[in-house]
Every structure is written in structure tokens, then in C-alpha cells.
Design a protein around this ligand. Structure first.
Ligand code: CP
Ligand code: NVA
Length: 334
């Protein structure tokens, strides 16, 4: 049995593969319970703070609904809603919130901020995305891959195409390594995952779990035979708009489109994306970029995004179950 009570959930590497596997299993159990209409609240009387220094749809809503369904109260502090950042430090905020709340979700930029919050709050802190890691996303993604593959994760392969240096590149690489998967990061060399932060640890883990780790700039080689193609936005939250043109130049060859789907050689390959995605004109930023560049899609084409092989909304739903598992496991029962 795994006892994760009073632990923070800051990055995957803080956990053993067994502990992370336990969280995925708990998420699946909670999902089944919810579907059966037999969900039992385990967080009654608890209060959690949801602190967002950046905007969010999925992460915020997953925490709010998960807390509600488990009986906990939430306080949402959005970007600019509290003193944090402009007139109060992360350190002081941590010590204040820790006196009032049983757990704190935090979405910030610099990964050191969420680490500091966790070190000083005295209650579990859950990382709702930092510049380096997005662990509640990968937990949901692993659950989604397990559901769709229908076989053990150590027999499953995926290729992540695009910005290998962002939070998703790092988190997917390390998580795949922990679950013994065949993990490929397919990106131009300039955007390969950080060696010290993620590639080194992933290779070390692979030696123990049997994972196969590939980091390559060769799309054809990288996607060959994979079960899942995964991509993410080319410019992340907090990065300046000026980097778009450079990223588009670097990453257009890594767009997930029909040619890449064919290159997998796997007729039932599935498409994944943590969302939000730039695949059509229905966003302001997307329209501006498409008008300026003459492109009509960025990291993924509309044809792939809207195809039956796309499981992006299953991933989004699983954010709820994954986040619920994290809160239930770390806050436990009184
Ligand atoms: N995938 C994800 O974290 O989405 P949000 O930014 O909407 O929370
Ligand atoms: N890399 C993206 C992930 C969004 C869920 C970002 O940080 O904006």
C-alpha cells in the first residue's frame, strides 16, 4: 500500500514509479466510482486554495469540480486576484495560506516558486503547471494512454513532437521513463529537452524500468510504429509573442499532419494534445498568426485534430480524475 498523505505533488521525479502508478490507479478507480454514481466524498470539511498566476481552463475546472465532488471547499485566486506577485512574495503567501487551507494548487512560471511554496506552506502543494513541469497533465495522459491502448504501459510507445524544452516535453519524457514506456521526443536540436533536468534522469530511470528513450530530430525515424502521437503549443504561457516567428520556422517540420500519421505506419495511431491547441481560426491568437504567415494550422492540422483518432477530450476529462486522485491521496482522511 502507498501512503502519500501530506506529500506535495510538484514534479513526477519526486515520486517512485510505484507511487505514480498508484495515483493512476486511484484516478481510474475514482473515475469508475463517479461513472457508477457511487462516489463517496473523502475530503469533507477540507479547504483548498487554487492559486493561478497564469490563465487556465482545464486545470482550474478540474480542481474545482474534483474538490466539489469530494466535499471540499475551494477558493480561486486568479492572476491579479491576490497580493501575490506585485506586493507579497511567494514565501509570505505560502505561510499565510498554509495557516488557512489544507492544500494549495499553484500555477506559476519559474519552477522554483512552486518549490518554495511547498517548502514553506506546511500543507500539500500541487503544481498546476510551471515552466519546467506539468505533472497533473501527465498523470491524466498516462491514464488516457492506458485506457486506449488496453495493454500494460511498458508495451506502449508514444512520440512527442514539437517544443521538447517546455513543461510537457520534460514531463512526458520523465513520466514515460517511469512507466517503462517507449518514449520518443521528436524536435529540432535547439528545442531538445534539458539534459540535466530531464534527459539524464529519464535515462537513469529507464535502466531500472526497461523504458526506451529516444531524443531525435528525425520525424520519420521518431514516429515509426508509435501508438500515440502527442504535441503541444509551440509557444508556452509566459513566453513573449516575439518568439512565434522563430518557433514556427523551427517547428513547422514537426507539425502533426496526415503525412506524419502515415509515417507512423500504424493505422490505429491516436492523437493527443494537452490543449489548448492552434488547429483552426477560432482563436484570436491563431487568427493573427494565420493571417500573418499564410498558414492554416500550427502544431496540428484541423484534419488530425478533428479525426476519430484524436483523443484530446478524453485527456481533458481525465484531468478531473487525475487531480481528484492527487488531492484524495495527499489529503487523505482525517
Ligand atoms: N492542459 C492544461 O493545463 O490546460 P489549461 O491551461 O486550460 O489548464
Ligand atoms: N506548454 C504549454 C502547456 C499548456 C497546458 C504552456 O505552458 O503554455
Amino acid at each position: 500500500a502507498f501512503d502519500l498523505r501530506n506529500r506535495s505533488f510538484i514534479k513526477e521525479l519526486d515520486f517512485t514509479p510505484g507511487e505514480l502508478g498508484h495515483l493512476v490507479e486511484l484516478a481510474a478507480e475514482l473515475k469508475a466510482e463517479r461513472r457508477a454514481g457511487t462516489e463517496r466524498p473523502r475530503l469533507t470539511g477540507r479547504a483548498v486554495a487554487l492559486v493561478f498566476g497564469k490563465t487556465s481552463t482545464r486545470t482550474r475546472c478540474a480542481f474545482e469540480v474534483a474538490a466539489y465532488e469530494q466535499g471540499a471547499h475551494t477558493t480561486y485566486l486568479g492572476p491579479g486576484d491576490s497580493q501575490l506577485g506585485h506586493k507579497e512574495s511567494v514565501a509570505d503567501t505560502a505561510r499565510v495560506l498554509g495557516r488557512m487551507y489544507d492544500g494549495i494548487e499553484y500555477r506559476g512560471g519559474d519552477h522554483a516558486d512552486v518549490e518554495e511554496l511547498a517548502a514553506l506552506a506546511g500543507v500539500p502543494v500541487w503544481n498546476g503547471l510551471s515552466d519546467s513541469w506539468h505533472p497533473t497533465q501527465t498523470l491524466a495522459d498516462v491514464l488516457t494512454m492506458k485506457e486506449h491502448a488496453g495493454r500494460p504501459l511498458r508495451e506502449v510507445s508514444f512520440a512527442y513532437l514539437g517544443d521538447g524544452r517546455n513543461n510537457m516535453g520534460h514531463s512526458l519524457l520523465v513520466t514515460g521513463a517511469m512507466f517503462g514506456m517507449d518514449v520518443r521526443v521528436v524536435a529540432p536540436k535547439a528545442l531538445w529537452p534539458d539534459a540535466g533536468l530531464a534527459v539524464g534522469p529519464a535515462e537513469e530511470l529507464a535502466a531500472a524500468t526497461g523504458a526506451r528513450i529516444t531524443v531525435t530530430d528525425d520525424v520519420i525515424e521518431g514516429v515509426k510504429g508509435v501508438d500515440f502521437l502527442y504535441t503541444d503549443v509551440w509557444v508556452s504561457l509566459g513566453e513573449p509573442a516575439e518568439v512565434w516567428d522563430e518557433r514556427i520556422k523551427l517547428l513547422l517540420p514537426y507539425q502533426v499532419n496526415d503525412a506524419v500519421v502515415r509515417a507512423t505506419g500504424n493505422p490505429s495511431v491516436r492523437f493527443m494534445h494537452c490543449l489548448p491547441a492552434f488547429h483552426d481560426r477560432r482563436t484570436r491568437i491563431g487568427r493573427e498568426i494565420f493571417d500573418r504567415t499564410g498558414l492554416d494550422a500550427l502544431e496540428v492540422t484541423g484534419a488530425v485534430f478533428d479525426s476519430p483518432r484524436s483523443i484530446v477530450f478524453d485527456q481533458a476529462e481525465n484531468r478531473l480524475h487525475a487531480v481528484k486522485a492527487v488531492m484524495v491521496a495527499t489529503l487523505g482522511s482525517r
